[in-house]
Design a protein around this ligand. Structure first.
Ligand code: NAD
Length: 326
């Protein structure tokens, strides 16, 4: 089986590649080749199968043709411009998140074997005049360009699936926390940095108050869910291939308390609380309450508590040598 990951150099792309390298396959199907593609050539991963790394811009259809010259059985389409940058650079967000996604779906179609396409959508597709509790049937009403681009790509993923061009699955990811690495241009970046930086002995700024609530999933559970999305039969998803992933609603203050319980009070003291109107304008429009009934029925999973998210970061991603739990 040939697997392709777009955005294969990104945070989730690299974690997904390492998870596939660990399992050697998806479900009962062994992987022969894994192709990692990103706008910059992605780092290789060590795997029991062949791994190839490609510099591919998904806005360039001829580059995608070359990437898919050997076909694909499973495509994880993760490449995207994140929320904050899509808001400040409308043209870039549109070209990558919408036109680029169409290019990937068309490349999948040209494979001719109805490949599985797992597309990482986002809860940013929700907002505006909708009830506080999001159900599987709640209308998409994005309040950012990023959310609108993801919503438009979702509709196409379901239609391309209906036509038999590809076999799409479009999980809407909660905000992923604790995200490793460096701060990025996502408006949600602080939802990881206020834990990641203090756990690594550095200061971090929280631009919202402790009462701010949001919907979260750890990177570890997210990757398990993306692989599960590829393992299920396409029919299991029904007529709408896109659905909210399970997550947990937490207030920032409760998450900080969870960090204190796991890692002691020192990291908590490294958070500076400084309101930022520009970030609040975006994140206060996001939703915090979800009933992901379809995903739960299909076997997708959430974390037990935010202590899990902190523990997984310490186990999987901590960069500070000798970091220890309290
Ligand atoms: N991390 C989250 O909290 C979260 C939440 C909801 C949805 N998502 C979605 O999950 C996916 C992966 O997120 P992530 O956190 O790993 O983000 P990331 O920014 O780490 O990875 C995205 C990758 O896409 C690549 N990319 C950007 N433009 C490209 C182009 N033109 N051609 C090829 N590659 C390009 C980037 O270089 C980057 O490596 C994205 O689709 C994102 O929208 C993430």
């Amino acid at each position: 089986m040939r697997v392709v990951i777009t955005g294969g150099g990104g945070m989730l792309g690299q974690k997904l590649a390492r998870a596939l390298a660990g399992s050697g396959g998806i479900g009962d199907r062994a992987i022969d080749t894994l192709a990692l593609a990103d706008v910059k050539k992605p780092p290789a991963v060590t795997a029991p199968f062949k791994v190839t790394c490609h510099k591919v811009d998904i806005t360039d259809r001829s580059a995608l043709d070359a990437l898919f010259a050997d076909g694909a059985d499973v495509i994880f389409h993760l490449a995207a411009i994140v929320s904050g940058e899509s808001e400040t650079n409308f043209d870039l967000g549109m070209s990558v998140n919408l036109i680029g996604s169409i290019n990937v779906f068309e490349a999948a179609r040209r494979c001719g074997n109805c490949p599985i396409v797992v597309f990482t959508s986002s809860i940013a597709v929700y907002g505006g005049e909708i009830p506080a509790m999001i159900e599987d049937w709640t209308i998409l009403n994005p309040q950012t360009s990023y959310g609108a681009e993801k919503a438009a790509a979702e509709l196409l993923l379901t239609d391309y699936s209906r036509r038999g061009f590809l076999d799409g699955r479009g999980p809407r990811l909660p905000t992923i926390s604790v995200r490793p690495g460096k701060a990025n241009l996502a408006a949600s970046s602080f939802m990881s940095s206020i834990f990641r930086e203090p756990l690594q002995g550095q200061e971090a700024v929280c631009p919202v108050g402790p009462e701010y609530e949001h919907w979260y999933l750890s990177p570890r559970r997210c990757i398990e869910n993306l692989i599960h999305a590829a393992e299920l039969p396409g029919d299991a998803f029904g007529q709408n291939r896109c659905f909210a992933l399970p997550g947990k609603t937490h207030a920032i203050g409760d998450m900080v308390d969870a960090m204190g319980r796991i890692a002691g009070e020192e990291p908590v003291k490294l958070i500076r609380w400084e309101p930022d109107a520009a970030i609040q304008k975006i994140v206060l429009g996001w939703r915090a309450y979800f009933n992901p009934a379809k995903a739960l029925a299909l076997g997708f999973v959430a974390d037990e508590s935010f202590e899990d998210n902190i523990r997984f970061f310490l186990e999987d991603d901590i960069e500070k040598p000798g970091a220890s739990t309290a």
